[in-house]
Design a protein around this ligand. Structure first.
Ligand SMILES: [Zn+2]
Ligand SMILES: [Zn+2]
Ligand SMILES: [Zn+2]
Ligand SMILES: [Zn+2]
Ligand SMILES: [Zn+2]
Ligand SMILES: [Zn+2]
Ligand SMILES: [Zn+2]
Ligand SMILES: [Zn+2]
Length: 274
């Protein structure tokens, strides 16, 4: 690996930078998510309080790097790998209930014939499916489980508007949010971000989440820890955060930025839902 390639590796997760950003002070590159996870915006390398700016140069360079598909050995580039994995016939998914490795086409059959009851009540499996880019939405799981295909529009029972699944797998109606949101433009969706309380209600009901669960703005099911009352989604998206084992919770420690927003919002917007 030459020096330029080494520079494209994120010093926090030690992988090529995803959505590369650079430290304004030392010009080192990080993943956007890894940089976002730094406390007080202190750079992990130069230790200065800093800003992180998008590096289009690094993003292009990384996208052009050659990679092989882990499953079928087809040659691709980092930029094209995701599109390849969507179609890759050999790609496997690990069943979170029994640890069996299955192809994407076999996965839904496997769930519906072996763990139908569990899948419908296990929030983690929805998280897993959403985390796994090959099955984009809970809708596709539900469709396969019930033999009903892609009824992706639901009616928001609060404002009676049509809501659709966005990229996060959450429902969005595009209407104004119930209250001010420190992270959004004030509207529900339409592809990502926070949703209104009526659409959150759809998220909960549609995913058959147990009482007390919500879905955070990244599309991950989350709930209050019984230990400290903080909301956690249990994702491993906090690598490099001081004092954290890399996971958001699930019972203690710091929570991810999406769950931090839920901590604020559950007091007002979603208070009736938990
Ligand atoms: Zn990183
Ligand atoms: Zn720096
Ligand atoms: Zn492949
Ligand atoms: Zn299984
Ligand atoms: Zn909405
Ligand atoms: Zn928001
Ligand atoms: Zn979280
Ligand atoms: Zn942790």
């Amino acid at each position: 690996m030459d020096n330029i390639e080494k520079r494209l590796i994120c010093p926090i997760c030690l992988d090529y930078c995803k959505q590369a950003v650079e430290c304004y002070k030392c010009i080192n590159l990080f993943c956007k998510n890894c940089a976002d996870s730094l406390t007080d915006k202190k750079c992990a390398l130069c230790r200065e309080s800093t800003e992180f700016h998008i590096s289009n140069f690094a993003r292009r360079a990384i996208n052009e790097l050659p990679v092989q598909c882990d499953y079928c050995s087809t040659s691709s580039t980092i930029g094209n790998l995701e599109a390849h994995l969507e179609k890759c016939k050999k790609k496997t998914i690990t069943c979170q209930i029994c640890d069996l490795k299955l192809t994407k086409s076999g996965f839904l059959d496997h769930i519906s014939s072996n763990h139908l009851d569990k899948a419908l009540h296990k929030a983690e499996i929805f998280n897993h499916i959403l985390a796994n880019k090959s099955i984009k939405t809970t809708e596709s799981l539900n469709g396969a489980l019930n033999g009903i295909h892609s009824i992706d529009t639901k009616i928001n029972s609060k404002n009676k508007k049509k809501a659709r699944l966005g990229e996060t797998g959450k429902y969005y109606c595009g209407e104004q949010l119930d209250d001010f949101c420190s992270c959004c433009d004030g509207f529900c969706g339409t592809q990502s971000g926070c949703n209104c309380s009526g659409c959150m209600d759809l998220d909960i009901r549609f995913r058959l989440l147990p009482k007390g669960w919500l879905v955070n703005r990244d599309g991950f099911a989350a709930r209050k820890s019984l230990q400290n009352g903080i909301i956690y989604c249990g994702r491993k998206n906090m690598i490099g955060v001081p004092g954290c084992d890399g996971y958001c919770g699930p019972n203690c420690g710091p929570n991810c930025s999406a769950c931090q927003k839920l901590d604020e919002q559950v007091k007002r917007r979603y208070s009736k839902l938990v």
